[in-house]
Design a protein around this ligand. Structure first.
Ligand code: NG6
Ligand code: CA
Length: 511
């Protein structure tokens, strides 16, 4: 018998020192596991049973957490979608790169062609790579997407072998799926046009015809009505191609299941990027009314179902043991994000932000502290990890894990923290940068959280979320005060200075 490799040996040691760990199995592991990255949208730290949600049940996500490693100090790199996804796929903090704010529905591709990406690195390592679900990183060249022609460049030009997309978000036009380079089901006689500036077309809008709406907007979201829901932007044409919101989770999940079940020789990387639980929250009839918390709760149940479908597909295909599953979210939670869907009224004691302050858009912890679960039976011990980890490191970490360490080329913020993902390193990063919707940066070290001073508004009156912006520097003892209630900057001027300088150094160069 071969002696155990150092990694396996260390797995055992750590498994015995982590709380609630079961010993890792010593089967000979495959070198290159399949990788299933489940990326939920707007799912808060407190929205998942395993992270303490009491008013909503997520048994399938909880099962993943029980069988894998549940991280308690994991970060997405931004408090909104586009910059988080940019960082996830490029390993670079999005705030270094112009034009990575929340993308319009007609944005060109934001990721520069030719740069290394998470999918391109894995493709080079011999993986079959796919993205299924929400994209929101733009499509097309400088002139933007040609909805009636070839939608390139897009995911296929930055490293994915195949793509099935919600091009931007569920609340933005055009409300159509894209497969590889084409809108799915488009009738060439009914071409698509969209506008986010002057309105186009003569279809009713939510602003002018609220009587046609199944769900009314609370702010914004009052333009073209599709499926009884008014959206951001106006659209005409493409009628045969328009999605039915109630079916989105089913469509995406069926695609992902068939991708997983496909016969293949090479390992796969599937970036499964859900529409749930973003607005508009329109659950399938199977889930409508089931949570008691209104549509927001119902789509959490729907998300949990989708996770279960993918896990079952792995099981059926005999892939459970050689698939690394990662489950996380792109940013923190929001209740009213623009539609009157009773998320606020029916909250009923549910705390989407968990113990943290703020939410989506915010510099406070709930903006970027997200659920993060890693399951790889036999290789990752089950238990809880307190390691400080960030999604910005996934590219470098997965590259290393699949035998293709990247080295540092000076354009990447990501580092190889695969040891933390595997449960071999209980510390993780020494510091992580958080970024909110106003562009304010925060530095989180193991002991402290520093939020830089900012002119931006401290409060978002639409979403009722504290954004964490303040003219004065803020310092929180995040371990003792995870809810960031007491700003201790005045008590520790030397720590404020040191963290401000460190953040400046990080901003201006790559540490
Ligand atoms: C905001 C939208 C919000 C949501 C967000 C993007 C308004 C008033 N608000 O501009 O509803 O679409 O963009 O969310 O339009 S994200 O999760 O994709 O970043
Ligand atoms: Ca989001």
């Amino acid at each position: 018998m071969k002696p155990p490799t150092p990694i396996l040996f260390a797995t055992c040691v750590l498994a015995m020192t982590l709380p609630a760990c079961h010993p890792a199995r010593l089967d000979s592991p495959p070198d290159r596991p399949n990788i299933l990255l489940i990326y939920a949208d707007d799912l808060g730290y407190g929205d998942v049973g395993g992270y303490g949600a009491a008013s909503i049940e997520t048994p399938r996500i909880d099962r993943l957490a029980r069988e894998g490693l549940r991280f308690e100090q994991a970060y997405t790199s931004s408090a909104t979608c586009t910059p988080s996804r940019y960082s996830l796929l490029t390993g670079e903090y999005a705030w270094r790169h112009e034009g990575t704010g929340i993308a319009r529905g007609d944005a060109p591709l934001i990721i520069p062609l030719g740069r290394k990406t998470l999918p391109s690195v894995l493709r080079d390592a011999g993986y079959r790579t796919a993205v299924i679900g929400k994209w929101h990183l733009g499509l097309g060249g400088d002139e933007g997407p040609d909805w009636n022609g070839e939608l390139r460049p897009g995911p296929l030009e930055i490293g994915f072998d195949e793509a099935f997309l919600i091009p931007a978000t569920g609340d933005r036009v055009p409300t159509v799926f894209v497969e590889d380079h084409r809108v799915v089901g488009l009738d060439p006689m009914d071409p698509i046009e969209v506008s986010f500036d002057a309105p186009i077309g003569d279809e009713p809008t939510g602003r002018d015809h609220p009587e046609l709406l199944a769900m009314r907007p609370s702010h914004g979201h009052d333009q073209t009505i599709v499926n009884g829901i008014s959206r951001i932007g106006t659209m005409r044409g493409g009628r045969a191609a328009r999605w039915v919101d109630e079916d989105i989770a089913d469509v995406l999940t069926a695609r992902a299941v068939s991708f997983i079940e496909r016969e293949r020789i090479e390992p796969f990387f599937l970036y499964y990027s859900t529409h749930d639980i973003h607005v508009p929250r329109v659950p399938h009839a199977r889930f409508a009314g089931r949570s008691g918390l209104g549509p927001r709760g119902d789509v959490i149940l729907q998300l949990d179902w989708a996770v279960g479908e993918l896990i079952d597909a792995l099981e059926r295909s005999g892939l459970t043991d050689n698939t690394l599953v990662l489950f996380t979210s792109d940013n923190g939670p929001v209740l009213d994000d623009g539609y009157m869907d009773q998320a606020v009224e029916l909250q009923d004691g549910h705390e989407p932000s968990g113990p943290f302050r703020g939410g989506k858009y915010s510099a406070f912890e709930a903006g970027t502290r997200v659920p993060f679960i890693v399951r790889w039976p036999g290789r990752v011990p089950s238990g809880i990890s307190g390691a400080l980890v960030s999604q910005v490191d996934l590219m470098a970490s997965l590259a290393a894990l699949t035998g293709r360490p990247m080295g540092q080329d000076g354009t990447s913020d990501g580092r190889d923290h695969s040891a933390a993902l595997l449960g071999l390193d209980a510390e993780g990063r020494e510091a992580v940068v958080e970024h909110n919707a106003a562009g304010t940066l925060s530095l989180r070290t193991r002991d402290w959280k520093y939020i830089e001073p900012s002119q931006a508004s401290p409060y978002n009156r639409y979403t009722d979320i504290e954004l964490g912006n303040d003219l004065a520097p803020q310092l929180y003892d995040v371990l003792q005060d995870p809810g960031e209630r007491t700003n201790v900057a005045a008590d520790h001027p030397e720590i404020v200075d040191a963290m401000a300088s460190r953040l400046e150094a990080l901003r201006n160069r790559h540490e």
